[in-house]
Design a binder for this molecule. Sequence first.
Ligand SMILES: *Cc1c(COP(=O)(O)O)cnc(C)c1O
Length: 358
Amino acid sequence: MNPVTYATIDLLAISHNLAVVRHYAPHAQIMTVIKADGYGHGLLSVAKALTKADALAVARVDEAIRLRKAGFKQRLAVLEGFMSREELDAFVTYNLEAVIHCAEQVGLLEDKKDLCSLSLWLKIDSGMNRLGFKPTEFLTIYHRLKACLAFDAIIHFMTHLANADDENDPKTLEQIKLFKKTVNPFKGACSIANSAGIFSWKAALSDWVRPGLMLYGISPFEKKTGGQLALKPVMNLYSQLIAIKELQKGEAVGYGGTWVADKTMRLGIVAIGYGDGYPRHAKTGTPVLINGQRVPLVGRVSMDMLTVDLSLQPQAKVYDSVTLWGDGLAVEEIAICANTIAYTLVCGITPRVIKIEL
Ligand SMILES: *Cc1c(COP(=O)(O)O)cnc(C)c1O
């Protein structure tokens, strides 16, 4: 029985997008970011397509353990590090690399007593004001960490850019400069760039880059789609027309009757809604593809369904396939129609949507 509503995950597209990262950052090692279930694409599927990456990164330790238990042996970093003694022990057991961003984590290492041979990433807050140590705290923390580590353990350095998607924002260069000035005297690899940094900021291409979004074929820039950056979309989201209605002029559609037919028309009912992760705030006019042609969404999105105006598709029939985003309809475009960003759309696909690896 084929699912009515499903997503395909194109693993070859991920490999292609990884090659695009290499093209932009030919001298850097690549830490591919697959947090949040591989940005909603499926953690293990995505990891399988990234065995050629130099390292993987997730946000939390449970995601990393899932990868290790599934047999992934690559270098594996946890961007939020450990939050307890138990988690620290798991880093040792599973050979995970911790990002150290706050003094409490240094305290946990100090309390551990036996010297650790973990690889650590020391996170510098160069201006985003989220995770990391201020440059003024750096030296003290660095020496405290060194004292906890076995002689062969390595401390690398990381920072995160707040505004890299705006090519004209001077803040990015300021962040890069401050980071480099802080860690320069020390040996250890440096990592700065996310997807936007990789595309736009040569100065951010240090020893390691950390692409996330672009691996999934999605553009980090508001005014460009992944296609325009030579990326290939990884997720295609599909459903079906499950009913067609004839409406008279003046009849209202859906909850709240927010949309009213201005002529006699055919209305299509599609079996996908916010219960699948399709954005409830997608406005009237948001494009949907039926038989390769765009038709506009009309009225409010409900939990399991949405409605489209079939005036431009007189030949459409019940059980025709519907594409919500993917090839021919960029998820970035849907994000704009729903007043959000593409990250939230792909991350928001709910478990009832079957994912099929291609
Ligand atoms: C999520 C994340 C990335 C990847 O960012 P993209 O914009 O998806 O490329 C890189 N580094 C850190 C610290 C992150 O949290």
